[in-house]
Write a new protein. Structure first.
Length: 257
């Protein structure tokens, strides 16, 4: 099984042994529980090389125009899974167990976000995703992200430009045409200081923990350096590199000649 993870930091060179210690532990939890045939933690430059090779220069410009590293990682995970298939796990996710059923039974695995966390009824958290290659959900999500970036769209809140709103809209749109396992992303102790945010499978099993101890738009609480905070950048209306202009009609998902 192919496992993809992303860590975009000015200080990360693509060597997992150079990750901050707490992130090394989360990565190890994924590796131990998922037993991947291929596992890679992509740096920014590794992602840029992949995008340029697999999608071409116009898609690379979309990636480069996004300034928050979390937004770059959003687009990056969709592009990796669309081409390669397999699993994506956020670098901060702590895995607890293997997926209990054959993933071959599903075309797509995702986790819905409650209304109070996303402000919409259809958002899907994108920290854990499983997909078959060339999945229509990811195809349309990628095109939606590209359109948002080309228009320098902000939306209602920071989840709209690239993240759970984009993904969830297309899960809802294509749900009846694809085999989707829809779990739940939710705090287990919402009224306590420690929320214990978990990924629940549709049988109630706790599959993984979300970013334990790190909140607020970045990974600094987990020892990350050389990153940026997408929530702060969104609030400052500074998520797009205005020096980069895009031609949406030139953006496509086929491999360049």
């Amino acid at each position: 099984m192919n496992i993809n993870q992303i860590y975009i930091s000015d200080d990360y060179d693509g060597n997992v042994n150079h990750l901050p210690p707490r992130l090394q532990k989360t990565v190890q939890s994924v590796y131990q529980n998922m037993n991947p045939s291929q596992h890679r933690v992509y740096s920014k430059e590794m992602l840029r090389d992949f995008i340029n090779q697999e999608y071409g220069t116009e898609m690379l410009k979309v990636f480069d125009k996004l300034k928050p590293y979390a937004y770059k990682a959003d687009l990056g995970r969709y592009l990796l899974l669309y081409r390669l298939g397999g699993w994506y796990f956020d670098i901060s996710v702590t895995m607890l167990d293997q997926f209990p059923a054959q993933v071959d039974n599903w075309d797509f695995i995702t986790f819905s976000e409650p209304l109070h966390m996303s402000t919409t009824s259809f958002a899907c958290n994108n920290a854990i995703i499983y997909s078959t290659p060339n999945n229509i959900i990811l195809e349309q999500t990628i095109y939606d992200v590209c359109a948002n970036v080309a228009k320098e769209y902000y939306g209602y809140n920071h989840l709209f430009p690239t993240g759970p709103i984009c993904l969830g809209r297309n899960v809802a749109r294509f749900l009846e045409y694809t085999r989707v396992h829809l779990g739940l992303f939710t705090p287990l102790t919402p009224h306590l200081p420690y929320k214990n945010i978990a990924f629940l499978l549709n049988n109630g099993q706790i599959f993984a923990w979300y970013k334990r101890g790190g909140y607020g738009g970045d990974l600094s609480a987990l020892g990350a350096t050389g990153t940026n905070n997408y929530i702060h950048m969104y609030e400052q209306r500074d998520i797009y590199d205005k020096s980069i202009t895009l031609s949406p009609e030139l953006i496509h998902l086929t491999r360049p000649e």
